[in-house]
Design a protein around this ligand. Structure first.
Ligand code: NAP
Length: 248
């Protein structure tokens, strides 16, 4: 049977582009979403209409019970997991650090960091040789923000992605002998709806003149890097990062 890829936060943006490309390349795709059921089901229908295999699963990755349920449903539906793409991520309204309250910090870290940890934990229990699995691959969707820091916009988000980078390095070493590779992509300015949640839908256009390649990126360009890291094409890469940022 074809390999199974779980992509978190795949109802739109980079996650949805990754789901479409993964299905095209023959993966059976598990599309996780939090709220956007209609968008997730429309994506499933599009993949199936093209001859691919996909199913949608609701879960908030920041909620442990929901993550446990998500993986139980995956077990029941597919009986295996080969690739986990930790794509679900949020940022909040642009502001300086001195304005940030605790509830915002907890939300940003819960989704971007805790959610990634919880999904890795459950995936590892299914994929590692030590747990009877046949190995696999994890791709974390970090951000160039982890390197650039996002001053005056969202240092909390940048720091959360910095945590994702550190866990990518540590986990890659921890499970390397267990048949799992762990890598990450660091997208730059990609044209998705995430910028609207920061309060600036036109952020990519405002900043694109500062991008060496002279334009914002497309979600599909990130998806191609994710698929490379997920597949055996990158068989000697673990703890590696691909910056998909137009040189920024
Ligand atoms: P997006 O268009 O805002 O999509 C985010 C997706 O994540 C949505 O499907 C959203 O679904 C889902 N999501 C959010 N919180 C979730 C949760 N708690 N549990 C499950 N799903 C959740 O964002 P995007 O630009 O495609 O971003 C995807 C990833 O790339 C994120 O990790 C982001 O940090 C990273 N990234 C993006 C850029 C960029 O410029 N676009 C740059 C660097 C890194 P709901 O709406 O249903 O919650």
């Amino acid at each position: 049977m074809a390999n199974v890829m779980l992509i978190t936060g795949a109802s739109r943006g980079i996650g949805a582009a990754t789901a479409l490309l993964a299905a095209e390349r023959g993966y059976r795709v598990a599309i996780n979403y939090r709220r956007e059921r209609e968008a997730a089901e429309a994506l499933v229908a599009r993949i199936r209409a093209a001859g691919g295999s996909a199913q949608a699963f609701a879960a908030d990755v920041a909620n442990e019970d929901e993550v446990l349920r998500l993986f139980r449903e995956l077990d029941e539906t597919f009986g295996r997991l080969d690739v986990l793409v930790n794509n679900a991520g949020i940022l909040e309204r642009q502001m300086r650090l001195e304005e940030m309250d605790t509830s915002r910090l907890l939300r940003v870290f819960a989704v971007n960091v805790t959610g990634t940890f919880l999904c890795c934990r459950e995936a590892i229990k299914r994929m590692t040789h030590r747990h009877g699995g046949s190995g696999g691959s994890i791709v974390n969707v970090s951000s160039m923000a982890s390197r650039l820091g996002s001053p005056n916009e969202y240092i909390d988000y940048a720091a959360a992605k910095g945590a994702v980078d550190s866990m990518t390095i540590g986990l890659a070493k921890e499970v390397a002998g267990d048949g799992i590779r762990v890598n990450a992509v660091r997208p730059g300015l990609i044209k998705t709806e995430i910028h609207a949640s920061g309060g600036e839908p036109g952020r990519v256009e405002r900043l694109q003149s500062a991008i060496p390649l002279g334009r914002g990126g497309e979600a599909e360009e990130v998806a191609r890097a994710i698929l490379f890291l997920a597949s055996d094409e990158s068989s000697y890469c673990t703890g590696s990062f691909i910056d998909v940022s137009g040189g920024r």
